[in-house]
Design a protein around this ligand. Structure first.
Ligand code: ACO
Length: 329
């Protein structure tokens, strides 16, 4: 019998635009305060892309970081997947733009849409592709410019989001198997609680849809909050179960960085002490598909986790979608 193909994490990267937007800046834009934003969300500042800076630009910069950390050249990549809800265009995919920027051609490239759970969906997809033997070395990117679909006059949403990108390169391995489990879920019944109504086939872009601001995110924050906590806790438990590991085996929990109160509530529900939970939301805001991977990259680079440690990454987002993955660093 053939030996099972393992999936090795070769390296990671993170990249943020230069421009900083602080809570003090937001105070000048909408009726809000640093105190409100900080106590309700834990966010103090976020990075914002320039007008001419695209999701694929961030994806390109972060891919260079991940290639460096993996110590491989771009030509070793044989599949590119970009998880995003803020693509450069409807089509071609952001992954195709990234492929071009990396100077690659002919390898397959596609986008994956699962909102804030996008990177976890991506890990599950890459794992399946590698284990099946179809591809050997995959570049997985979570890249977002949420600032471009934010209504900057709506204080309910504009204080929450930021821009940034994270990447991971995964490769077939005969010795290592770093992805211990993946668990995914979705429930389209809640699609109207967090969505972008305009521009697609439901409401094609017209002067009227633009006047009505339908090209920006709409959200029922309280309902999203209520659904996020149990689904993130469930995802973590399922991924742990599937990995055959116990809570005590996990060195670090990396929850989706949407709101500090969601993170604390999930930790409480799972009975995980906060010193085992990674938080960087204060400086990033919610960057959707890029949160878990940029957090993991920071945890690795700052020595918060070391080689061999087990990490549980957990996410929840629009759709609703949710998922978790237990990985060995
Ligand atoms: N500044 C000042 N006041 C504000 C602001 C603001 N930026 N935003 C809302 N308010 C006001 C509201 O108008 C409301 O005023 P009212 O009582 O006079 O009507 C009051 O603050 C309370 O508003 P709530 O919506 O009840 O505030 P809540 O405590 O629920 O916090 C928040 C709102 C932060 C959006 C919270 O519901 C949340 O984080 N939800 C999760 C949403 C989320 O993270 N979405 C991201 C995508 S999904 C994901 O990533 C999980």
């Amino acid at each position: 019998m053939n030996k099972k193909i393992g999936v090795k994490i070769l390296g990671t990267g993170s990249y943020f635009p230069k421009k900083l937007l602080t809570n003090a800046d937001l105070e000048k834009m909408v009726d809000t305060s640093d105190e409100w934003i900080n106590t309700r969300t834990g966010i103090k500042e976020r990075r914002i892309a320039e007008k001419n800076e695209t999701t694929s630009d961030l994806a390109y910069m972060v891919s260079l970081e991940a290639l460096k950390s993996s110590n491989i050249s771009p030509d070793k990549i044989d599949l590119i997947i970009v998880a995003t809800i803020t693509p450069d265009m409807f089509f071609p995919s952001t992954a195709c733009f990234l492929q071009k920027k990396l100077g690659l051609n002919s390898i397959p490239a596609f986008d994956l849409s699962a909102a804030c759970s996008g990177f976890i969906y991506g890990i599950a997809t890459v794992r399946a592709f590698i284990e099946s033997g179809l591809y050997r070395t995959v570049l997985l990117v979570g890249s977002e410019t949420l600032s471009k679909i934010t209504d900057w006059t709506d204080r309910n949403t504009c204080v929450l989001f930021g821009d940034g990108a994270g990447a991971m390169i995964l490769s077939a391995s005969e010795e290592d198997d770093n992805i211990l489990s993946t668990y995914l879920g979705a429930d389209g019944a809640y699609s109207d609680l967090l969505f972008l109504p305009g521009g697609g086939s439901a409401n094609p872009a017209t002067a009227e849809t633009v006047n009505q601001n339908l090209h920006t995110m709409k959200m029922q924050g309280k309902d999203v909050f209520k659904a996020a906590v149990p689904k993130m806790a469930l995802s973590a438990q399922k991924a742990l179960e599937l990995s055959g590991k116990k809570l005590k085996d996990i060195s670090l929990f990396i929850p989706h960085q949407a709101n500090m109160r969601i993170i604390e509530a999930v930790a409480k529900k799972l009975d995980i002490p906060m010193d085992k939970v990674f938080v960087n939301i204060h400086k990033t805001g919610n960057i959707s598909s890029a949160t878990t991977i940029t957090a993991l990259d920071e945890a690795i680079k700052t020595g918060r986790v070391k080689r061999g440690d087990l990490v549980a990454m957990v996410a929840f987002g629009g759709g609703f979608t949710w998922g978790a993955s237990v990985v060995r660093i």
